[in-house]
Each structure stands twice: as structure tokens, then as C-alpha cells.
Design a protein around this ligand. Structure first.
Ligand code: ADP
Length: 246
């Protein structure tokens, strides 16, 4: 079976500076893979290359058999590549239910066809309820986003990405800014997403990384230093050196 996502020799230079350099990254179907590395290692830039925000100066990106390298971000999203951002991108006055219904209508090309027709769109509402249930947000479906705990807001962002029915989900620090007592719960939901979705997440909290990833890629100075299972990465002296300086 071909990989869900694969890069070969992927790189981007900003002027003389190679922010991402010769990266071979593979995401298997159903992956729960962490992308770790020190600040400035190029993690967000790599995600921006994968999603098409940046065009690479070198290398290729494939999703299954299909090459994405030259495709626009929109086209990649329509092919099933979804992402969330480090910062909150929600509408504070909308409810989770309406936020997800809007995302579903956008996916289906209905755009912002406003309230009356949407309210009649029972299928979208049913799907939104099911999605909120999967992300354990169903009890909060009608609470304005601004009143949700921050961890719940981050979960809602994942729900919005899921509304596109992605095959690949790229999460840029999904637990950033989330209090510690909520971040485990957030990652439990990510771990339990359907197995046909491959997830790559950037995360700084090593407890979360080791608890919830099945594979870890370590990026240092734009290059993959090493990859492996949490057990392999945990005993790799090169990784310890990067993180602990000895
Ligand atoms: P990380 O996510 O691992 O902290 P980033 O991908 O944000 O790292 O950044 C990697 C390096 O690339 C940093 O040195 C950053 O300053 C640089 N960089 C990122 N985006 C740009 C850009 N648009 N122009 C110039 N330099 C950039």
C-alpha cells in the first residue's frame, strides 16, 4: 500500500537560508505521528510546504500516488489534506453547531448560504451533530464559542478541519495555550479519530508526544535528524543531546 503522504528531498530556502532541507517524510495510512524539534527547526514551514502555503525550492510531495508539489493549497484541501493552526481562528459569537454546519456547507460548495436555507439543510445539521459527538463537544453544541474553555475551542478547530472529510490532518500545536489538565483529553480525542485518517501533529510537550504518537519524526535545523517509535526516539542519544544538551 502506498503511503498516505510522502515527501522526497523536500526543501525551501528563504534567501540564503534553508529553512527545510532535503526532507524525506512518510505518513502511513492511519498514522498518529509527531513532528518534534527545537524552536526554529522548520516544523511549521514544513507543514506550510505540505499544505501548499509555500512552494518548495526542491523536492516532491505525493499523496498516495498523486503528486501534489505544484498544486494550490485549495486543490490540496479538496483532495483531503486539512490543517489547523497554532492560533485560534474561530468566530467567537457563533455556536459550535453553526460553525460546523458552515464548514460542511463550504465543503459542499454551498458557501455562505445563510440561515434560512441552512436551517432546512437537515443533513448538514445531522452530520454536524455526529461530528461534534465524535469530538466530545455535543453537550456544548449551542454554547457560543467565546464561552467555551480554550481546550474545547481547539477541539472545535479540529472538528472544522474534519468537516472537510480529510484523509490527512496536519495539526500545528493543537494543545498550544491549553491548560495541562485539558490537553490530555484533547489528545485522547485526536488518538481516537477514525483510523482512515492519517494525523501529523507538531507538539512541544514530550509527555503528550510519548503518550499519543505511534511514530516520531525529529526535525533539527531543517533536516530530519531521526525517526522512529516513541521507544526508539526516547533512547536515541542524538535526540537527548538536542533536547538536553548532553
Ligand atoms: P518551527 O516551527 O520549528 O519553530 P519555523 O518553521 O517557524 O520553525 O521556522 C524555521 C525557520 O525559518 C526560522 O528560522 C524562521 O525564522 C524561518 N522562516 C520561516 N518562515 C519564513 C519566511 N516566510 N521568511 C523568512 N524566514 C522564514
Amino acid at each position: 500500500m502506498s503511503a498516505a503522504l510522502r515527501t522526497r528531498g523536500l526543501g525551501i530556502s528563504f534567501g540564503e537560508f534553508r529553512a527545510v532541507d532535503d526532507v524525506n517524510l512518510t505518513l502511513e495510512p492511519g498514522a498518529r505521528q509527531a513532528l518534534i524539534g527545537p524552536n526554529g527547526a522548520g516544523k511549521t514551514t514544513l507543514i506550510n510546504l505540505l499544505t501548499g502555503v509555500f512552494k518548495p525550492t526542491h523536492g516532491t510531495i505525493h499523496m498516495g500516488e498523486r503528486e501534489l508539489t505544484a498544486l494550490s493549497a485549495d486543490k490540496r484541501a479538496r483532495m483531503g489534506l486539512a490543517r489547523t493552526f497554532q492560533i485560534n481562528t474561530l468566530f467567537p459569537s457563533l455556536t459550535p453547531l453553526l460553525s460546523v454546519v458552515l464548514a460542511i456547507s463550504e465543503r459542499d460548495g454551498l458557501g455562505a448560504v445563510w440561515w434560512r436555507p441552512l436551517k432546512r439543510n437537515k443533513a448538514a445539521f445531522d452530520e454536524a451533530h455526529a461530528l461534534l459527538g465524535r469530538l466530545k463537544l455535543d453537550a456544548l453544541a449551542d454554547v457560543p464559542v467565546a464561552e467555551l474553555a480554550y481546550g474545547k475551542q481547539r477541539l472545535l478547530e479540529i472538528a472544522l478541519a474534519m468537516a472537510a472529510r480529510p484523509r490527512i490532518l496536519l495539526l500545528d500545536e493543537p494543545a498550544a495555550g491549553v491548560p495541562e489538565d485539558e490537553s490530555g483529553e484533547l489528545f485522547e480525542v485526536i488518538a481516537e479519530l477514525p483510523q482512515d485518517i492519517s494525523v501529523l501533529f507538531i507538539e512541544h510537550d514530550m509527555n503528550l508526544v510519548f503518550r499519543f504518537s505511534r511514530r516520531i519524526s525529529v526535525l533539527v535545523a531543517g533536516q530530519i535528524l531521526t525517526e522512529g517509535t516513541p521507544a526508539e526516539i526516547g533512547r536515541d542519544p542524538r535526540v537527548r543531546e538536542v533536547y538536553l544538551g548532553h
